[in-house]
Design a protein around this ligand. Structure first.
Ligand code: PLP
Length: 365
């Protein structure tokens, strides 16, 4: 009786249901995780610890500390992303919420490719917006016709995530240019969730940002994945000054400010080269793809740390429950999609867990 209509509109996340089932299994081979299996590099930890000792433990300005905002702007512009300003946020999670709070009116529609990261749907719903999904099966590329068909006169934003969670796909230059063109023609804002950008395993043609091609774009990124700082809760949103200014105002009332120490560590992290860590992930990607490709209908992931095979029989929910009985834990595709034909396997795991997981998956077909 105490709960708002708002929370009642949020159905329990499918992830939570499957986590409850997994809890009953002792020491499963866990290929469900959405965070890197490496820890924050020691030098970055030491930087954070040093700033705690120096007493950098108070509130910081709502937009973030100026030296980090300036450095991030140089970093993003150096990558060709058009942005006038940037705000530090509690992860991309907090950044997306602030971005939606200042751009979306109740009833506005936001167009999202399906499959999609589960958070998008609920943040939009919580704010009274309407998520409108367009299908990218079977190859998960972005096609112009389904995108255009999803647009209505209530559409305000197109939200793109590349490298993609859950498919592991990375969009090509043509796909990004197409999104930019459609957005421009229809006077739409674009949100680009680039959080996995460092985890790109293919050549330059795939190392692009949507923000290179759009003028009216919010680029969302953060420190959770590249530098494994998930628990330090630090992300950013860059884009047009008018929107970023409003987000800073909104942040005063929603989060106040972000983690002080994480911002100092992030200043240092931006110069920390993660190529060696990413190379390890490319090997994990090869290991799991080569282990599954002759048994499953599966695309080779170009980025992130997920692989998204179709399961025999087409029921990913039942398949995940069967895998749990065999001691393997992964996430049903239905958590991320209106379809349940696939499952999301995370390769952010140790090599030995991956080898065991592959063995189990090969016995299931
Ligand atoms: N965006 C995507 C696509 C993600 O997969 C995740 C986390 O798994 C996030 C955003 C959340 O990132 P953060 O830790 O910066 O809030």
């Amino acid at each position: 009786m105490w709960l708002s209509k708002r929370i009642q509109s949020v159905r329990p996340s499918g992830v939570r249901k499957i986590f409850d089932l997994a809890r009953a299994v002792k020491n499963p081979v866990d290929l469900s995780l959405g965070e890197p299996d490496f820890d924050i590099p020691d030098e970055i930890k030491e930087e954070g610890i040093a700033w705690i000792r120096k007493g950098f433990n108070k509130y910081t300005p709502s937009g973030g500390i100026p030296e980090l905002r300036e450095k991030l702007l140089r970093y993003l512009r150096g990558r060709g992303i058009s942005c006038e300003d940037v705000i530090l946020t509690p992860g991309v999670t907090g950044g997306l919420l602030l971005a939606l709070l200042v751009t979306l009116n109740p009833g506005d529609e936001i167009v999202i490719p399906d499959p999609y990261f589960v958070l998008y749907e609920y943040q939009v719903l919580l704010l009274g917006g309407k998520p409108v999904f367009f299908d990218t099966y079977p190859d998960f590329t972005l096609k112009e016709e389904p995108l255009r068909t999803a647009l209505t006169d209530r559409t305000r934003v197109i939200l793109i995530n590349s490298p993609n969670n859950p498919t592991g796909n990375v969009y090509s230059r043509q796909e990004l240019e197409m999104v930019a063109r459609v957005a421009r023609e229809n006077n739409l804002l674009v949100f680009s969730d680039d959080i996995y950008h460092a985890f790109t395993y293919e050549g330059d043609e795939y190392r692009l940002y949507l923000g290179q091609f759009c003028e009216h774009c919010l680029t969302l990124g953060g420190f959770s994945k590249d530098w494994a700082m998930t628990g330090w809760r630090l992300g950013y949103v860059a884009g047009p000054k008018e929107i970023i200014d409003s987000m800073v105002t909104m942040q005063q009332y929603v989060f106040s400010s972000v983690n002080s120490v994480a911002q100092k560590a992030a200043l240092f992290a931006l110069d920390y080269d993660t190529t060696a860590l990413i190379d390890v992930y490319r090997k994990k990607r090869d290991l799991i793809y080569n282990g599954l490709k002759d048994k499953y209908n599966v695309a080779k992931p170009k980025g992130a740390y997920y692989i998204f095979p179709e399961v025999p029989g087409g029921d990913g929910d039942a398949f995940v429950e069967e895998a749990l009985r065999r001691n393997l834990f992964m996430i049903p595709g239905s958590v991320f999609s209106s379809k349940k034909s696939h499952v999301r396997i995370s390769f952010a795991a140790s090599e030995s867990a991956l080898v065991k997981g592959i063995e189990i998956l090969r016995t299931m077909v």
